[in-house]
Write a protein that binds this ligand. Sequence first.
Ligand code: AQP
Length: 329
Amino acid sequence: MKKRIFSGAQPTGNLHLGNYLGALKNWVNLQNEYESFFCIVNLHAVTLPQNPEVLRQKTLDLARIYLASGVDPEISTIFIQSDVSEHAELAWILSCIARMGELERMTQFKDKGKGNAERAGVGLFTYPVLMASDILLYQTHLVPVGKDQKQHLELSRDLAERFNRDFGETFVVPEPFIPPVGANILSLQEPAKKMSKSDENANGSIFLLDDADTITKKIKRAVTDSGTTIEFDEARPAISNLLTIYQLMTGKTPAEAEAHFGGKGYGHFKSELAEAVVEFLRPFQQRVKDFDDAELNKILKDGAEKARLIACETLRDVYAKMGIVGAET
Ligand code: AQP
């Protein structure tokens, strides 16, 4: 039996290079080794206000992006979170087990709630519980995510362990898979922050569907540090971030990337980086257009059916262990 992976992305905004390098790229690399579930987490999306028509469209667009990234529906299960209602049901159970104090410590709530807990939605507060439900429903062994999700994943582990302790062995306790390079791609404009879909400054993020001209302009405008050399240096996050992107776009090692730009200036570096990103994204952008709606809907319907079988089994077990009536054992 193969071990399982589960991961997902929200159908909000436009996916950027950080989402790809921190998450999707690793899904594709791991999908042959693991039984894989990749979810479009639309229930997470509504923790912040969304336009219904846009959300509907973005949900299908995200499925296209998964496929264009190389997620193979023949070997991986791709589905929409709301098509498997067990996600919401288990989230309720886990919210009865999670503690207010542990959710209050979640930094993403503080960031996205903009420090105003009184005005923030309850769903935004309990978001990590829904994420734990997503993961635990599939008895997931490994969760490939970017660094920003590490804290949420630790909560998933804590909830699994607590449930197992209180009600008997039920859930696999998941491990994070955070790639050694690319887990925290930074904003091109404010390298103290991660690259983000919801960044108000669109110049901070390279979106996967940006055209060549836009990508080149964004890279040319990217902030750099006061130094002049092109090398990895923790004290120079802006240039290190650009060099990380270059390394991942070209498949070069850090030493090869540094050596390639030895003696060269920022202008030359940025031109080559822009070219590398454009060339990397070109076939991806072509593949996004390859899938028609009928094909997409079939993949998502089949995916939901497959996911539901496992989700039902886990939820039945949870209800039975808790004495919730109606559970078939
Ligand atoms: N900057 C990043 N570097 C590396 N990985 C990243 N991820 C997000 N930003 C970076 C990873 O992408 C996956 C899907 O993310 P999501 O759709 O759940 O959105 P998010 O984590 O909330 O991050 P975004 O893209 O910045 O969206 P907003 O602006 O809405 O918060 C996750 O595995 C995430 O770790």
